[in-house]
Design a protein around this ligand. Structure first.
Ligand SMILES: [Co+2]
Length: 460
């Protein structure tokens, strides 16, 4: 019944360029190498910590610079090494529309479907004439996703070199969002950011982005999950990584990176969602980490999960558990992935309980896919809903973004919309105080012929 491709007229459009808000960059402007802006923490201790962390983060850079510039997939460099390989911080100037004006947009990593013992279709799909025809019919949608993925890759590459301890979380998010908007050629609902920039710290695993006035500064000892999304025509790339500035966290980071790759590998047409959870957990929990003389097992966070994604809908109904006992969205353990679906495969590891709870001030919100038909008596609520519909539709947003579009004193109205179940609040999700959590995430396409890890880069 559901049409996973959501084939609408707008999907026929492929790499059609939305009017770009900025002037085309000159060729040499691209080569401008930006000097890293040093953060200016206003207290001495912070400054010292930032300097120490920077020195530490730069250790080994010289050694690794000479290394091969090959993809940092499993078996190659670890995540820290792949980041250190990057040499200069170049501000990406040109939007993906300008970059691919006549060239073909690169596809992501292609994987064959896993083969079960009694089944050979996984291999046959690659060459089947019928499957290839089906695949070609959706080329337009793939192109939209690949453009969004390229904007994601370039944005994150820049931010991986840019983010330093001592910077405020607001500055980090604003810089990331400005970069991503430029690269995707921001036109709001036509092409733009798909959800707020998550930058959850330490025991917080997801759904934290600063609200205005938040003075939180990134520390040298922090474990920061950068989770942001881009979209073209509502075709969403949901993709995340974990930044740390101290190699002591590497075992945690590597455990989660490997677990996410295990989830991606296990994914496929007709695969049971719970089987993916089992594959993820097995890899995740084969790791441990020693921190300050104590050994912690790394646990899959059992109440977080991946999810199916559809047009303008970040959570399209199915969930991808990251533990073997997980449920897959309809409460059953028999639900399977299907041909043509798109998934965000994300896994979270923790040194704590392996369970998150809502905690702290809320920043993330999203309109319901089909909100109830309620009369809004407050004029301010109607105005705010108009603002949300116009700028975000059913895409997630944060308080900073409401302000960006001119909303002010919207607290009451926002609460009213939440109370009336028109908008849903997504507060930060945190494990126990003092623990550390990490995340990696990719968006994958279950194409008729093959599995495409569309957001794959040479970093993770
Ligand atoms: Co996600």
């Amino acid at each position: 019944m559901s049409d996973p491709f959501g084939t609408k007229p707008s999907d026929q459009l492929s790499a059609e360029k939305p009017e770009s808000p900025e002037k085309p960059a000159s060729a040499d402007a691209d080569a401008v190498v930006q000097k890293v802006k040093k953060p200016k923490p206003n207290n001495k201790k912070l400054r010292q910590a930032a300097a120490e962390a920077e020195a530490k983060a730069n250790e080994g850079r010289h050694v690794l610079e000479a290394g091969p510039a090959t993809a940092a997939l499993d078996g190659g460099l670890n995540f820290r090494e792949s980041l250190m390989r990057q040499q200069k911080l170049v501000v990406p100037k040109r939007s993906v529309w300008e970059l691919f004006i006549e060239g073909k947009v690169p596809q992501g990593e292609i994987q064959e479907y896993p083969k079960s013992q009694d089944d050979t279709t996984a291999v046959d799909r690659f060459t089947s004439e019928e499957k290839r025809l089906l695949d070609r019919q959706h080329e337009g949608v793939y192109t939209q996703l690949r453009l969004a993925a390229e904007a994601h890759r370039q944005t994150r590459k820049y931010m991986q070199g840019y983010i330093k301890p001592g910077m405020s979380m607001i500055h980090i998010c604003e810089t990331l969002e400005e970069t991503a908007r430029r690269l995707i050629g921001d036109k709001g609902l036509t092409a733009g950011l798909a959800f707020p920039t998550g930058c959850s710290l330490n025991n917080c695993a997801a759904h934290y982005t600063p609200n205005s006035g938040d003075t939180t500064v990134l520390g040298a000892d922090d474990v920061c999950k950068i989770d942001f999304g881009t979209h073209v025509q509502g075709r969403i790339i949901d993709c995340a990584f974990t930044l740390t500035f101290d190699p002591k966290y590497d075992p945690l980071v590597e455990a989660v990176r490997a677990a996410t790759n295990a989830g991606i590998k296990a994914a496929g047409i007709d695969v049971r969602l719970t089987d993916i959870g089992a594959a993820v957990q097995e890899v995740m929990e084969s790791h441990e980490i020693e921190l300050n003389g104590q050994v912690y097992p790394i646990k899959s966070i059992r109440n977080l999960n991946g999810h199916s994604v559809s047009q303008y809908r970040i959570h399209a109904g199915k969930t991808v558990p990251i533990v073997s006992s997980g449920i897959s969205g309809d409460g059953s353990n028999t639900l399977r992935m299907e041909e043509g679906e798109f998934y965000a495969i994300e896994t979270f590891g923790s040194t704590g309980r392996g369970m998150v709870q809502k905690n702290g001030e809320c920043s993330h919100y999203m309109r319901l896919w089909s909100p109830p038909h309620t009369q809004l008596r407050l004029q301010s609520s109607r105005q705010l809903l108009n603002c949300i519909n116009r700028n975000f539709g059913t895409l997630a947003f944060c308080r900073r973004w409401l302000e960006r579009y001119g909303a002010s004193k919207y607290q009451m109205a926002l609460k009213d919309l939440c109370d009336k179940s028109v908008v849903k609040a997504y507060p930060p999700l945190c494990d126990v105080k003092g623990c550390y959590t990490a995340q990696f995430e990719h968006t994958i396409l279950l194409r008729p012929t093959c599995k495409e890890v569309v957001s794959r880069g040479d970093d993770y």
